[in-house]
Design a protein around this ligand. Sequence first.
Ligand code: ADP
Length: 524
Amino acid sequence: MLDNLRQDFINRTTQVVVVNKELEVIDSDNNLFDLKKNSNITDFHPFFYALSTVFEENLQKETFFCVQMEVLSRHYFIDIKTYLQEDDESLVLILNDLTDHYKTVHQIKQVRNESIINFNISQELNQQLEIQRSFKNKFLANVSHEIRTPLNSIVGFISVLENTEITREQLDVLHIIKDSSKNLVTILDDLMDISKIEAGKLDIKNRRFDFREFVEKLAKTYEIRTDDKRLSFDFELSSKIPRFLVGDHLRINQVIVNLLENALKYTHQGGIKFRVTTSSLNARRIPVTFEVTDTGIGIPKEKLDSIFDSFTQLEKRGLFGGSGLGLSIVKQLTDLLESDLEVKSAEGEGSTFSFTVNMGVSHNQKKENKEKKVKRKKKDFKSAKRPRVLLGEDVEVNQLLMLRLFSDYGAYSIDIAKNGERVLEYLDRFPYDLVILDLTMPIMDGLDAAVQIRNSSNKKISKLPIIALTARTSQEEQDAAKEAGMNAYLTKPVDPDLLFTTIERLLSRYKRKDKVLELSEEEE
Ligand code: ADP
């Protein structure tokens, strides 16, 4: 019985053939293929030409795996074993039909190969996307730097001009130029924000802050702005919301300002409503809902989805100004704040944008004394000996601007060195109280100069407060400045008020603590 089964299996899967040196069939059991005696086996299939080599090289035993042949429109995969006979004149071939086996193996291999190929393709695509993204971000950072540098002198000199004697008409023109320059700065900030968000470099920083004051100030600003446009302004701040909350007020501010600016821009009659409410009162965390409603031109239903894409401006609306970046940033910021931005709008009737942020309730609801800003007047400084500031700055217009700002302010004397190396020379020769460094300078840049200052063996030099004043706004640059031991990071266009309050603050802390300061969060 077993013999029968074995024989049956062999008959279905194996064929034995004997060929001579001329590759003529001497014998064959024809289990698989019909091979005529004395016919040349290469006529049956050209693969068998390979057997000549077996004879020529006298290969006693050989195996050819997975030989593919099509016979009578059927596809076979066979293993062929060859045994050279003792007289070397004939060859025994064992043809083993493994079609089913190879087909399954092939399928598995094929699936595996395809998944490997797909994985490689997706990796390749991801790499390409990453390259494109980092190229775009670097490009934006560089363009932003290049534009910020001339803008610095434009904005700076506008504020210098404002403080000179000019006519009312000239002042009005100056204000228009000032507003346009500020818009340019906002667009640059927006571009940088978008690339920071995309690169995952924009973090949410939660801090305790006076929430009610923050919202009330915002409302005050827009009450004036709407009034200028002869629009009404309704403001509602729920009394249930505590004064001190914990959250990222800078980012929340950015979102609200964008929404209020749009409401203002796209509303020509009626008014704007700004509501800040909460739905529940929990001791530790509360959901705060911000809602901006306008009676403006509205957004067509079919366009509602696209308004969040970068550079999207609805047709014929370019005339209202803007870059089409605002809502894209708002959307990404609300995502970061773990909030959903909701829009309801009807064309010709108006729009409502709202979002809810979960905020912590500060356990301390008291106003601390140090939060009250002590504003020192210029004349306080004038009576005392003026602190000496050394500025490292290579661009001539920026040097002129700073000279002018410092001389108008009057509280400090200023010397200017045109690169990092000069800064170090000046520090060796004269006593200074504070150093301001531009980061991008020839010969020795601001970062290297800061490191050298911190490494100085003279403690009067190594402990000097250092402010970075730069057109570079990326997080990497800020981190590098901190790493180099700089105490504050201010970006161009220079804001004179911020510059002088920072100098004042660092100088008073420097005198008090007489030690190297931490880069404080306010200037980050
Ligand atoms: P823009 O700088 O053009 O205002 P945004 O990204 O802020 O760019 O807005 C995208 C588009 O959405 C705008 O161009 C405008 O067409 C539309 N939009 C945004 N807010 C409003 C609104 N409050 N009322 C009507 N249309 C709006």
